[in-house]
Write a protein that binds this ligand. Structure first.
Ligand SMILES: *Cc1c(COP(=O)(O)O)cnc(C)c1O
Length: 474
């Protein structure tokens, strides 16, 4: 018995107690927005570097007290900003165990169980998301790094096809890869382009139709204009304003005729594949070369969970795998390091495995359908109020609203300011949380429903809350 075993009991029991207090309070307790100011948080948390250590339980207790008022209740049922999910109970518990076990999930030999769980989770994900069975995968920190992982493989594959070995030669002097995508591209793709040295100038953001879908004519024109250039086409499964899905069935075969590598950003939208009602939006997506998505958004795993998939497993592995004299690789099992950009890494497979087991195929489908229904309910419910307008009626789980300044002769600019004020008032009420955006030149309030806890009752409460605010301001 480790003489320090007892040292774990008190801080962990304190953590369990704090956790349950926090989780069981629900959304009617604290404000959903943070209430503490920056100065207040610094006053509590910005302590001098301690010379001596502090008792572990005290550290936990004081941390919990210190962050009070500075947390967003984004894990709950009335948080609709950005694209943020909660954590399912089994997944959260598995995430705790991940920290307890403290495995380095880099190699089979550093954690055999983590490697096997990850292997299973990857197979389940491919089945749920309709990614081809032969595709390889990596569990990474989020969709941003999933893009990086997929695009490392794309860069390697595209340049190898031109007789250029990017692993050995690097990029200097290589054929220039161009990136074709739509104007609705998420900026995480641009950062992947930076990290990979592809150059933002070599990204063409092409026009979209009224539904936010990349125009075939634009893509075709660009492909024809440099038919032999190594080309990466980045398509979108669910953008964060309209939830737009590109027309994969048409665009992917077109891009392939020019030898392009097609990558799909489906940070949340890939999950439509898990729903019979919404699956048609993914029609043709299985033809792509790589896909990235998140666990920590719509699957509702805790943070630090994204997934990359690459159709050509060999290209994926060749672009990332390393050998070192002190590292023992396994022939029969999965060595995660072969597929990931990290070396030492968190055993992310446990939380994903637990989330999928907790919900099952049916539960995941119900979660997707429920979020879409609730997004629709909020947008149409609030949009029907006096002084509100539906800007985008959700087709999946993303929609947009706008509010009108009631002052006589108010301009579009006034409505912009007013929309931001209404958002701020909703946050101040503590009842719900939305974020704003500028879409096609106008300020909007985005409605994004990803959390497993959002219920019809939450939808009704949100509509009532906004109605109250608009009435007061009218
Ligand atoms: C959130 C998001 C990303 C980035 O994902 P992270 O998990 O935050 O790294 C990329 N694309 C889209 C469409 C997103 O919504």
């Amino acid at each position: 018995m480790n003489p320090n075993d007892a040292n774990f009991r008190k801080p962990l029991e304190a953590a369990l107690h704090h956790a349950l207090t926090y989780l069981e309070k629900g959304d009617d307790g604290d404000s959903i927005a943070a209430t503490a100011t920056l100065a207040e948080l610094r006053a509590k948390l910005d302590l001098p570097l301690p010379d001596g250590g502090v008792d572990a339980t005290t550290v936990v207790d004081e941390l919990v007290a210190g962050v009070d008022g500075g947390l967003l209740r984004s894990r709950g049922g009335r948080f609709f900003a950005w694209v943020i999910g909660g954590s399912l109970p089994a997944s959260l518990a598995a995430d705790w165990m991940t920290s307890v076990w403290d495995q380095n999930a880099g190699l089979y030999c550093t954690s055999p169980a983590a490697a096997v769980v990850e292997e299973t989770a990857g197979a389940w994900l491919k089945e749920l998301l309709q990614v081809p069975r032969e595709a390889s995968f990596a569990l990474v920190t989020g969709c941003q790094m999933a893009h990086v992982t997929c695009l490392v493989a794309a860069r390697h594959g595209l340049l190898a096809a031109k007789g250029w070995d990017v692993v050995g030669e690097g990029l200097a002097g290589s054929p220039q890869i161009r990136v074709l995508t739509s104007g609705e591209v998420h900026s995480s793709t641009m950062r992947a382009v930076r990290l990979l040295g592809l150059g933002e100038k070599h990204v063409a953001k092409l026009g979209v139709d009224a539904q936010g879908r990349l125009l075939q004519s634009e893509l075709e024109r660009e492909l024809v204009s440099a038919a032999r250039a190594p080309t990466l086409v980045v398509l979108q499964a669910g953008d964060l304003h309209m939830g737009a899905y590109d027309d994969f069935r048409t665009l992917i075969p077109l891009a392939k005729r020019y030898g392009a590598w097609v990558h799909i950003d489906g940070a949340f939208g890939l999950w439509a594949a898990a729903s019979a009602r919404h699956r048609h939006r993914m029609d043709g997506a299985e033809l792509a070369d790589s896909w990235s998505t998140d666990g920590h958004k719509w699957l509702n795993t805790p943070y630090d969970c994204g997934y990359a998939f690459v159709r050509d497993a060999k290209v994926h592995r060749d672009s990332l795998a390393l050998r070192a004299s002190y590292v023992t690789m396994s022939d029969a099992a999965r060595d995660e390091m072969d597929w990931n950009p990290e070396w030492s890494r968190r055993a992310r497979g446990f939380a994903t495995y637990a989330a999928i087991r907790e919900l099952g195929r049916d539960g995941i489908e119900a979660l997707i359908d429920r979020c879409c229904e609730h997004a629709h309910g909020i947008v149409m419910g609030v949009g029907a109020l006096d002084g509100a307008e539906v800007v985008w009626e959700p087709t999946i789980n993303q929609g947009m609203l706008r509010f009108f300044d009631p002052a006589a002769g108010a301009s579009d600019g006034d409505h912009d300011v007013y929309t931001e004020r209404v958002i701020a008032e909703i946050l101040r009420s503590g009842e719900a949380f939305f974020s704003g955006s500028t879409w096609r030149g106008r300020k909007v309030m985005r409605v994004s429903v990803c959390g497993w806890q959002t219920s019809a009752e939450d939808v009704a409460k949100v509509v009532a809350c906004v109605a109250e605010i608009l009435k007061r301001r009218a």
